[in-house]
Design a protein around this ligand. Sequence first.
Ligand SMILES: *Cc1c(COP(=O)(O)O)cnc(C)c1O
Length: 351
Amino acid sequence: MYFASDNSAPASAAIMAALVKANSAPVPSYGADPWTKDAEAKLNVIFEKDCKVFLVATGTSANALSLSALCPPWGAIFCHKEAHIQVHECGAPEFYTGGAKLVLLEGASGKIAPDTLRAAIAALPRSDVHVVQPAALCLSQATESGTIYTPADVTTLATIAHQAGLGVHMDGARFANALVHAKCTAAELTWKAGVDVLSFGATKNGALACEAVIFFDPGKADSFAYQRKRAGQLVSKGRLLGAQMSAYLQDDHWLEMAAHANAMAAMLSAGLAQTPDIRLAWPVQANETFAILPKVKIDALRAMGAVFYEWSVETLPIAERPKPNESLIRLICSFMTTEQDVMAFLQAASK
Ligand SMILES: *Cc1c(COP(=O)(O)O)cnc(C)c1O
């Protein structure tokens, strides 16, 4: 009953096998290996576009570097107030951009609303030397509340951003989970909807440590090779990343793992929603379930071996927040989660 995080899961057997295979002979370094080239070619096919692809080892570096390509040190980056870049990256976006300011936006269910974005951009007038200049919008896909921006949502927000001269970044640490839910193409969820740069996560969905920064507008990637190197994210044995990404994308492996994780979350959340003293905080659209439970039940579940985190209630409207005897918990399913894990948890939670 391990629901703490999708990066607590191991790497998939296929990805580990690819790593071992890539370890058998000398190949060119710094990303000139055949697996990195294969991963780049596969991403171009998946996204139906000639993209510029840069592999890195962590999601934080993917995000912070992406934003540094879109935003000058005096720029403003608009994001949800619960965004990973704000809450869980130790100031990396500010550090890598040389001091850009994150402008935090409210939004129900982890999502930024169009009017909120419009008002926040308007509050920072162009050419006013006293204020940071609007430079980038960052959308988490899936969001920190486990919800999804549809292609229409992304289009609306990206249009507002582009009209104001901003670049659009998508933090796709759980992009595969979002894509499986959205039932559209990878292109429709990204560049066709206005995304300029994507952090394409693999680590949480079955890789060991690998993310891709994908530029849909190659013109915005001119300096990125230097930015990545300077940040210490140009891995010399580039095959370590290339082999992971190549295997991740092979034969829809990534989509199958995400579909499984989402299916487990759907089963878990459906069961919890039917349990009398439990309610879901937000709709479950990807692999994350947020539920409000009595504290005694949380203690009992932990005593039975369930592993999960209690979560911040900040994004819940006051009226929907846990009562004093309740808490909000986050349950994450991964490609490794089994039906037995889910059934065991539901059984324990029903007591
Ligand atoms: C996990 C996660 C990341 C990446 O985190 P790292 O620990 O740096 O790999 C980025 N964004 C979101 C929304 C995440 O959940």
